[in-house]
Design a protein around this ligand. Structure first.
Ligand SMILES: C[S@@+](CC[C@H](N)C(=O)[O-])C[C@H]1O[C@@H](n2cnc3c(N)ncnc32)[C@H](O)[C@@H]1O
Length: 359
């Protein structure tokens, strides 16, 4: 039996509304570059410090060329990042936007989010090739904007929540850290979480590890700058092989889903954790079903998952490719396969969920 495709009737209003939504998104795509530019050139910090400004004033104070300052300001005004007053021809960064664009300790800080997004998009060609061949593309192969952007994106949330909320939500862990505990921070990247914990708990000892040697080098210099090198050590090691024994606390901040063999990592945690120890797993927030994640945060995370995290996992042995939106049920399965018996969700933010996992 042969079938003939029926002509589909096109609703012109729907078509045009889709096209205009896409125009907005092209503007948003370019805006990622503009935000990184404004962050690197100090435009946002300058506007926050000096108030309403002309392009010439912004250019002079930041020692940049006026045509760039002018066009950048116009693009920012069209995108509602700054306001424009035609009477004075001055541009203003509203105080709420100034906080989000300039304060790296605020949980609302945005430039890191854009930096990791732009760095990720920058490597799209490699992901196109990898999708064709079925291979992966490792975390270590990416543009440094991915590594620095990752640190600058996640650190504000760790700064706001880790010591004040997440650790106290774990059964008995805060007291152990106060008394003096041994902690492993696995997949620590530039060590933002390791250093925040070391600053808060001076009686405890911390071992950060990551398979990416350049990240560990940066983590070591961050620890020296923060004055905590005496109780923080960093090592280049994969999560399946990191060293040590009888850890009171093992942490993984946004790293489990990037690993090729998260079950192998779970097994390693089980081998080195004390019998009464705790494994804290921080993962991107997600529900268990695709339909739970079809929202703006899920959209951003599925984007990172496709271009960054899934290729990272596929570049390693096993290549489980959990993705950023695996959801609590799959994370629980991974920990159970590694030999853990207890699992509960203890905290969440708009971007992360925190799990307590115990032997
Ligand atoms: C999204 S980044 C998070 C970094 C850091 N924990 C943070 O929150 O800023 C994921 C990290 O996992 C690391 N990673 C990926 N696979 C790994 C593996 N098998 N063993 C150790 N680290 C791994 C990457 O090198 C990267 O630093």
């Amino acid at each position: 039996m042969s079938t003939t495709a029926q002509p589909t009737e096109i609703d012109t209003d729907k078509l045009m509304s889709f096209v205009f939504r896409a125009v907005d998104e092209v503007g948003a795509t370019l805006n990622a570059g503009l935000v990184v530019m404004g962050d690197k050139l100090g435009y946002y910090r300058d506007l926050a410090a000096n108030g309403p400004s002309t392009p010439a004033q912004l250019a002079e104070r930041t020692q940049t060329a006026e045509p760039y300052a002018r066009e950048w300001l116009n693009a920012q005004a069209a995108g509602d990042y700054v306001t424009y007053d035609p009477a004075t021809r001055r541009y203003t960064l509203p105080p709420e936007h100034a906080l989000a664009m300039t304060d790296p300790d605020s949980p609302a800080f945005l430039p890191g989010f854009f930096q990791i997004a732009l760095g990720t998009v920058h490597d799209t060609e490699h992901i196109v090739d990898a999708a064709r061949s079925g291979s992966g593309y490792g975390w270590h192969q990416h543009d440094t904007d991915v590594h620095v952007g990752c640190e600058r994106f996640f650190r504000p949330s760790y700064h706001a929540n880790l010591v004040s909320t997440w650790i106290p939500a774990l059964d008995g862990v805060e007291q152990k850290l106060r008394d003096g505990a041994l902690v492993a921070d696995v997949g620590c990247g530039h060590g933002a979480s390791t250093i925040l914990m070391a600053q808060a708990f001076p009686n405890s000892t911390f071992v950060g590890s990551d398979y990416h040697a350049a990240s560990i080098e940066t983590a070591r210099s961050r620890a020296a700058e923060a004055g905590v090198s005496d109780r923080v050590r960093f090592e280049v090691a994969s999560a399946q092989e990191f060293g040590g024994a009888r850890y009171d606390l093992v942490t993984m901040f946004d790293s489990l889903h990037d690993m090729g063999d998260p079950v192998g990592a779970a097994r390693r945690v089980r081998e080195v954790i004390a019998d009464d120890g705790t494994w804290m797993v921080v993962e991107p927030i997600a529900g268990d079903h695709v339909e739970d994640n079809l929202n703006p945060v899920g959209r951003a995370y599925y984007g990172f998952s496709t271009l960054l995290c899934t290729p990272a996992s596929l570049s390693q042995d096993v290549g489980l490719a959990l993705g950023t939106q695996a959801g609590p049920a799959r994370i629980r399965d991974v920990t159970a396969a590694g030999g853990f018996t207890r699992f509960r969700s203890v905290a969440e933010t708009p971007f992360n969920r925190v799990f307590e996992v115990r032997p």
